[in-house]
Design a protein around this ligand. Structure first.
Ligand code: HEC
Length: 143
């Protein structure tokens, strides 16, 4: 009585112990320069905020000296925005925590949704923190 249960239990415990032994250690949360570097990679290599929020020159090349300073993106279908506002430093009317929440939900602090083509990002918290930390380091041009 109970022997099958016991055997399964013992096997299960053994399997768990073995898995635990092989599993990578949970990484410590990124901070400081490492967090900013992760954000640089995400913004410039993955989520590409500058595709819309950085102005372009005559031949369509992004003007890196004006990175994330806001850009006209031309017309789109009805309901689409034609201007992507400045992000450098931090977007206007967002605290850092509100900006981080926005990157996880796609919803502004006042519960409104930006119009397309702004993507409703659902970044995880660490990636949202990294994107915000990097954007905070991009200097805002004086208007
Ligand atoms: C495909 C184009 C596109 C991309 C890529 C994009 N955006 Fe946007 N974004 C827009 C447009 C257009 C708006 C303006 C929407 C509106 O006016 O309703 C906007 C609005 C926003 C707003 C709201 C500003 C406000 O005043 O409420 C924030 C914040 C923002 N974007 C951040 C980002 C970040 C951060 C990234 C990269 C992670 C990003 N966007 C990528 C096009 C884009």
């Amino acid at each position: 009585m109970g022997s099958v249960f016991m055997r399964n239990w013992v096997f299960g415990a053994f399997a768990l112990a073995t898995l635990g032994g092989c599993a990578p250690q949970a990484a410590a949360p990124l901070e400081g320069e490492a967090l900013v570097a992760r954000g640089d990679y995400l913004v410039n290599g993955v989520v590409l905020c500058g595709d819309c929020h950085t102005p372009r020159g005559q031949t369509g090349e992004p003007l890196s000296a004006q990175a994330l300073q806001g850009a006209d993106i031309g017309g789109g279908p009805p309901g689409f925005a034609s201007y992507a506002p400045p992000l450098a430093g931090i977007p206007a009317n967002f605290t850092e925590e509100q900006f981080i929440a926005f990157l996880q939900t796609g919803v502004r602090p006042d519960s409104s949704h930006p119009r397309p083509p702004m993507p409703p990002y659902r970044l995880n918290e660490e990636d949202a923190r990294a994107v915000a930390a990097y954007i905070a380091t991009v200097p805002r041009e004086s208007p």
